[in-house]
Design a protein around this ligand. Structure first.
Ligand code: SF4
Length: 541
């Protein structure tokens, strides 16, 4: 549904989504290998608020990951609406400065301002929390006036709009072919309480749900755009936060796939105890889920207990990963270094985990304390929070020496993304995971745009990875194994993913990238809500 208010004015709204600083999880080095791709994933939260605005208000939508908003865009607008996560704080400030310089009223909503409103004093209006009564009051205020208020005004949602009443995100305002993957939200919230995670405080512990019909309608809208991404990411905080709901939604997803000839594949983030849900796993396989991001965080059981993530230890970790692989799901793992429980042995344990798990993609980050988390509260009590302007890679005063923690991070990413090791892990996936995927009919995928995109990617992977790169030999060893099994998609996938990971890790090792991608130095709340859940941009599940 759209905003239910009776509106008196017409307001021109410029929605601006801040750029991300590149990270392991944005795959930015892969974009040049692809036709038209220029950004990672459509920003669900800001697209949602764009769709909720009054129908009579013209909206321009700019994702600055694709192209910056121009002076003409600011000149056109009466209201500049911004949304972002903590990691985009510098870019959020920059957009506010441009809006103010253009004399426009600036509004900020979403996860970052909801967690830490004090970071954004320059905005005229801030929206705290999810879409709901606060949003309606804000819209009513803007309907009445677009003059900047004498002091910042705050609109906080106490009565959230149920997800089943969410409008369809404004996919019509963006070009989906500019994105590497599509995004879709089914649920919001997570029942767990991991110490470092702000999801329970921001989105609640009782997952709230869209209807299967909403999901089908959104997929229809994506499919209607030629050149839509081939993979759609469920940005839910934890796809199995409500297992019953996931179990009941998946047959609808399968029915949609069958009806359209299996045009899409899916990815999501979920807790590792997904491995115990064999019925859900079977349905995910049938719906063509390819990848699941799991916040494994650490292979050390005591550390999991200390961070209140015991659910990751509900069954032996390697067995759980093997089970997920058995249903064709490649696991992507989030890892945290700098935990209070880290010892001199943690590095060798992590390296052993990488070798044993054969997980190809790991986002290894330093611990960062986010506002509105139990971790933040504890560290504040203990005087262990560091101001963001210190130039350090994290806002946490680690128990181990800082230089040692950062050096460990450097050695671990060097180890994980050594090309020989990385491609060996992909080669393992050929038999352990990719061979277990359901081969659906290709009818839905056979479009002219898809064919063109595949040809461009195949050429670029063959040339830039298979011929020119210094890691061509390990690439061909893994690719050859996949080709012998007829896994053409896997060859292209491992080609562009590895290309990004190797390039990015080399930059990070040269000191050109941050060790913590939650750190605000050197680098999104959607207007409410912000369920973007980018795998390595937000730490969840
Ligand atoms: S880290 Fe994941 S499992 Fe833990 S509370 Fe956050 S979303 Fe839930």
């Amino acid at each position: 549904m759209r905003c239910p208010l009776t509106i008196a004015s017409q307001r021109r709204v410029l929605c601006v989504f801040p750029a991300y600083t590149p990270s392991f999880g944005t795959f930015s080095h892969a974009y040049p290998l692809m036709r038209r791709v220029r950004a990672f994933m459509p920003p669900q939260g800001l697209l949602l608020i764009a769709a909720y605005l009054p129908e009579s208000w013209p909206v321009r939508f700019i994702d600055e990951n694709i192209a910056p908003a121009s002076p003409a865009d600011f000149a056109w607008a009466e209201i500049v609406l911004v949304s972002g996560m903590h990691i985009q704080a510098p870019q959020i400030h920059d957009i506010a400065a441009r809006a103010k310089a253009a004399g426009k009223v600036a509004v900020l909503g979403g996860a970052s301002v909801s967690g830490a409103p004090e970071l954004y004093p320059e905005f005229d209006y801030i929206h705290i929390g999810e879409i709901g009564d606060g949003t309606d009051r804000l819209i009513a205020r803007l309907d009445g006036s677009v003059a900047a208020p004498p002091a910042q005004m705050r609109f906080e949602t106490t009565d959230r709009l149920p997800l089943c009443d969410f409008p369809m995100p404004a996919y019509d305002l963006i070009r989906l072919d500019h994105y590497l993957i599509g995004s879709l939200q089914f649920s919001s919230g997570c029942p767990y309480r991991c110490e470092f995670c702000d999801i329970p405080a921001l989105y609640g512990r009782q997952p709230r749900l869209k209807t299967p019909q909403q999901i089908s309608a959104e997929l229809d809208a994506m499919l209607a755009q030629p050149g839509h991404p081939p993979v759609v990411y469920f940005v839910d905080d934890n796809f199995i936060g409500n297992r019953k709901a996931a179990r009941e939604m998946l047959p609808h997803l399968i029915a949609w796939q069958r009806k359209h000839g299996y045009p899409l594949q899916f990815a999501c983030e979920a807790t590792l105890n997904l491995a115990k849900q064999t019925e859900i796993l079977s349905l995910m396989r049938e719906a063509q889920f390819l990848t699941v991001f799991v916040g494994i965080e650490t292979p050390e059981t005591d550390a999991l207990k200390a961070m209140r993530k015991e659910h990751n230890a509900a069954l032996p970790m390697m067995e759980a990963i093997k089970t997920l692989n058995g249903y064709g799901l490649e696991v992507t793992s989030g890892i945290i270094l700098g935990l209070d429980t880290d010892t001199a042995d943690s590095e060798s344990r992590l390296k052993a985990f990488i070798d044993l798990s054969q997980v190809p993609i790991l986002t290894i980050n330093l611990l960062q304390a986010l506002p509105r988390t139990p971790l933040w509260d504890r560290l504040q009590r203990d005087g262990r929070l560091i101001a963001d302007d210190t130039g350090l890679e994290s806002n946490v005063r680690f128990l181990r020496p800082y230089d040692e923690v950062v050096a460990t991070w450097r050695r671990c990413i060097a180890y994980a993304y050594d090309p020989e090791r990385l491609f060996a892990r992909f080669a393992h996936q050929v038999d352990a995971t990719y061979a277990n995927r359901m081969i659906g009919p290709a009818r839905g995928k056979l479009t002219i745009s898809n064919l063109r995109a595949a040809l461009v990617l195949a050429f670029n992977v063959a040339f830039r990875v298979g011929l020119v790169a210094d890691y061509r030999r390990p690439f061909w060893r893994a690719a050859g194994r996949a080709l012998r099994r007829g896994q053409i998609d896997a060859v292209l996938g491992m080609g562009f993913v590895a290309h990004h990971l190797i390039q990015f890790s080399r930059e990070a090792l040269r000191g050109e990238q941050n060790a913590s991608f939650y750190s605000t130095h050197g680098r999104e709340a959607a207007a409410p809500p912000d369920p973007q859940g980018v795998p390595s941009l937000r730490r969840s599940a």
